[in-house]
Design a protein around this ligand. Structure first.
Ligand code: PLP
Length: 443
């Protein structure tokens, strides 16, 4: 079935130049497995698992069936002062996949909400422990933590903060980013240079005082800025410093959890003991909006010392633990396990890496980065830098859609890819071949 576009005016698309999009829209009508169908009937290879979320492939029949069945039964139930079994079931199953004693989860509807929830839990936790001076947060330059005011404040992507600067949260500082073409260009997996950048946290502790800092927020692999794997040893150092000063380490795993790096979480893959893990996207294959903030046992327990009738955390969403989202999450977890998709991602990692790095000699390419099934290809911006014209990466994205039937993201000057974990070796070859052809056409 191919949908016809209706009036394009009313829908204000996120993170999209409205005028150019509406002049020449890129419209998707259907999806199955690794492919979209465009509204003009073309089959497009999806190199991005939707938006880093459809890890088991589009419209997986078992997930679709679970959502249908749930909608016919309990379509909606609130989680304020009431509960429904499927939310408890989803919470138990999902927590079981998280590392160590990360035994509790707060549900929301998106990664942004999962991050804001983590910030609130961190503040409330220290207050509950009698350490209420711990109110500051540390983020990182180039970090993406969604679009809530908490997320953009702790985040470090300039255009996402710029216009809203008057309303950013106070008391937030940032670690330096780890992007360095000079030291790390064309690294395979974790780059060698940059672990020392984590030591900047010591300076921030010196500046602000450990007893004023609640939490550090980092993406284990910075995704939205264009795939920046952490330098070797970097996360370990960050974790050590957090532990030394009693600061919570929040791993924002909205992209990296649920198989993207071949494990349920990047924390598991890198052996890092986070205190809070934020998640969304792949948690239920992107099928129903869902965010999740996982916390270690000790954090949840710190809230449980008060009187029985007092609400411990004044926070929550109408759709926290939405039955459809939970049904989808349970079915998704089954699919990940039954089809061995995390193992598959691990097996394909070297194929993915080798294929991407063949682009080293393609026109304009100044870096290729990869980890798990994530990849970034950075382009030399040339003389388009800073001008109000289409960047090379944006042009590549558009050409890939119309000329190569390929959907691949771009951010700044980097083309980013993250295929579903069901991708075949042949499709990996196709992604790279089509991208090369496009790069060869660009001035
Ligand atoms: N945190 C990270 C690390 C993300 O990558 C994203 C989205 O890509 C978010 C938060 C925000 O998630 P959402 O768009 O679901 O609000």
């Amino acid at each position: 079935m191919c949908a016809q576009p209706n009036d394009l005016a009313p829908f204000w698309l996120p993170f999209t130049p409205q005028k150019s999009f509406k002049k020449k829209p890129r419209l998707l009508a259907d999806a199955e497995g690794m492919y979209y169908t465009s509204n003009d009937g073309r089959k497009l290879l999806d190199a991005n698992a939707g938006l880093w979320c459809v890890n088991a492939g589009h419209s997986h029949p078992k997930i679709v069936e679970a959502i249908k069945k749930q909608a016919e039964g309990l379509d909606y139930a609130p989680s304020f002062q009431l509960g429904h079994p499927i939310a408890f079931q989803a919470a138990s199953l999902l927590c079981a996949e998280m590392p160590g004693d990360m035994d509790h989860v707060f549900f929301s509807n998106s990664g942004s909400e999962a991050v804001d929830t983590a910030m609130k839990i961190a503040l409330a936790y220290f207050r509950a422990k009698g350490e209420s001076s711990r109110t500051k947060f540390i983020g990182r330059q180039k970090g993406y933590h969604g679009v809530g005011f908490g997320g953009i404040s702790v985040g470090g992507i300039t255009p996402n903060r710029h216009v809203y600067s008057a309303a950013l949260l106070p008391g937030i500082d940032h670690l330096p980013h780890t992007h360095s073409l000079e030291h790390n260009a064309f690294s395979r997996g974790l780059p060698e240079w940059g672990a020392h950048l984590a030591d900047e946290l010591e300076n921030l502790v010196y500046l602000h005082g450990a007893d004023n800092i609640a939490a550090v927020f980092v993406e284990p692999v910075a995704g939205s800025i264009g795939v920046l794997p952490p330098p070797q040893g970097y996360l370990e150092r960050l974790s050590e410093i957090c532990k030394k000063y009693g600061i919570l380490l929040v791993m924002d795993e909205v992209i990296t959890a649920w198989g993207r790096l071949g494990c349920a979480s990047a924390s598991e893959r890198f052996g890092i003991e986070a205190d809070i893990i934020t998640s969304a996207k792949g948690i239920n294959n992107g099928s129903v909006p869902m965010g999740a903030t996982f916390v270690r046992k000790g954090i949840y327990d710190a809230f449980q010392d008060g009187p029985d009738e007092v609400i411990e955390l004044f926070h929550g969403y109408t759709y926290s633990g939405h039955p459809l989202a939970c049904a989808a999450a349970i079915a998704t977890l089954d699919v990940y396990k039954d089809e061995g998709l995390f193992e598959r991602a691990r097996e394909l990692e070297s194929v993915w890496e080798d294929a991407l790095h063949t682009l080293k000699d393609a026109p304009h390419v100044i870096d290729v980065r990869n980890i798990g099934l994530m990849g970034g290809v950075e382009l030399d911006p040339g003389d388009r830098e800073g001008k109000h014209e289409k960047s090379r990466a944006a042009e590549a994205f558009d050409r890939m859609f119309f000329e190569e039937d390929l959907v691949m993201r771009f951010t700044g000057n980097t083309i980013a890819a993250s295929p579903a974990l069901i991708v075949t070796e042949d499709e990996i070859g196709q992604i790279v071949e089509r991208l090369r052809r496009v790069l060869e056409k660009i001035d």
